[in-house]
Design a protein around this ligand. Structure first.
Ligand code: TYM
Length: 329
């Protein structure tokens, strides 16, 4: 059985990008694999160091994991900071992570540009902490969205480097996974770029249907294609990209045909898109309402998950210490 691991930062409510890039695959992979799904609260401190909201955000993501269908009876769900073994592995991996490669990471460069008043070492070493998360359980597959591809490449590099340096075949080289398909990037509704919490262009899993309709209605469009079979501008392509993940092939084909024959009516496209997004989010939103105030259940899931995750983490740390020559007296 293969090991699957992934995490989402506790920086706010989850959106369609998180769902289609990551969370949906978590639920699809849990039956055939040994799964670890965690809430990356340490990672959120790199950009969201606010003690007043951190715990609420962690609780929110935990609730959304369960509402989306991760089953704590078969998957290990835990909070990153409950398994502090990850800090030790992070430190050890940092001894073999170089400033040059860390500072060239796309996500670091982007975040350093955005948060110029706080370009902290946590941001720089974000990929080493992520590698520590993954290698801590020696995962084979990591379901993530397109934006995490480079982090996975770095994880493989750190694993390979460790094995070569110490002359062992210890860490596996994990892959970013989407069932053999290209990793997913869900665009925002504002015409360009990816859907992201900090971009303010999201549709959230707990969002009310009326609000979803409103957001979809406001999405950027134009007066329509100028010639048959023409290329779509990015903001229209984006609507089709979302349609492809929420609707059936027939529906997508119908609107493709309408586009190609210059008969497309954006009002119809948006109505269908909103309807199909709401079909995806409604059952999740309803379960969020059921679970979010059940503190006893959330506590049970988090504590049992932490216990299981710590057991696996402890084993890795003991072995890594041995390999690196950190022996006990
Ligand atoms: P975060 O919280 O930024 O994103 C969580 C997951 O959601 C995916 N995602 C998207 N996928 C498609 N389209 C989008 N618009 C979109 N926006 C977000 C991300 O690719 C990600 O899979 N660094 C991780 C958290 C993490 C982690 C790990 C993941 C920490 N340690 C170890 C896997 C393994 C992240 O980006 O979180």
């Amino acid at each position: 059985m293969e090991t699957v691991l992934s995490g989402i930062r506790s920086t706010g409510n989850l959106h369609l990008g998180n769902y289609f890039g990551a969370l949906r695959n978590f639920t699809r992979m849990q039956h055939e694999n040994k799964c670890f799904f965690f809430i990356a609260d340490y990672h959120s401190l790199t950009t969201h160091p606010d003690p007043k909201i951190l715990h609420g955000n962690v609780k929110g993501v935990l609730t959304e994991y369960l509402a989306a269908g991760i089953d704590p009876e078969i998957s290990t769900i835990y909070i990153q900071s409950d398994v502090t073994e990850v800090c030790e592995l992070y430190l050890l991996l940092n001894m073999h992570a170089y400033l040059g490669e860390l500072s060239k990471t796309v996500s670091f460069k982007e975040k350093a540009r955005k948060h110029q008043d706080n370009v902290n070492a946590g941001l720089l070493t974000y990929p080493t902490l992520m590698a520590a998360d993954i290698l801590l359980h020696n995962a084979d597959k990591v379901p993530v969205g397109k934006d995490q591809e480079q982090h996975l490449e770095m994880t493989r590099k750190f694993a390979r480097r460790f094995n070569n340096l110490y002359g062992v075949e210890y860490f596996k080289e994990p892959v970013a996974y989407n069932f053999g398909q290209e990793l997913i990037k869900i665009p925002g509704l504002d015409g360009s770029g990816k859907m992201g919490k900090s971009e303010g262009n999201c549709i959230y899993l707990d969002e009310d249907p009326k609000s979803i309709e409103k957001k979809v209605k406001r999405a950027l469009t134009d007066e329509g294609p100028k010639a048959p079979n023409s290329e779509k501008p990015e903001y229209i392509e984006n609507l089709f990209t979302i349609l492809k993940v929420v609707s059936t092939e027939d529906v997508v084909q119908h609107f493709e045909d309408k586009w190609n024959t210059c008969e497309i009516r954006y009002g119809d496209l948006k109505k269908q898109l909103a309807e199909d997004i709401i079909k995806v989010t409604t059952p999740i939103r309803e379960r969020i309402i059921d679970i979010k105030n059940d503190d006893a259940y959330l506590h049970k899931v988090a504590t049992e998950g932490a216990e299981k995750a710590r057991e696996s983490a402890r084993k890795t740390i003991n072995e890594v210490r041995e390999i690196m020559g950190i022996h006990k007296f």
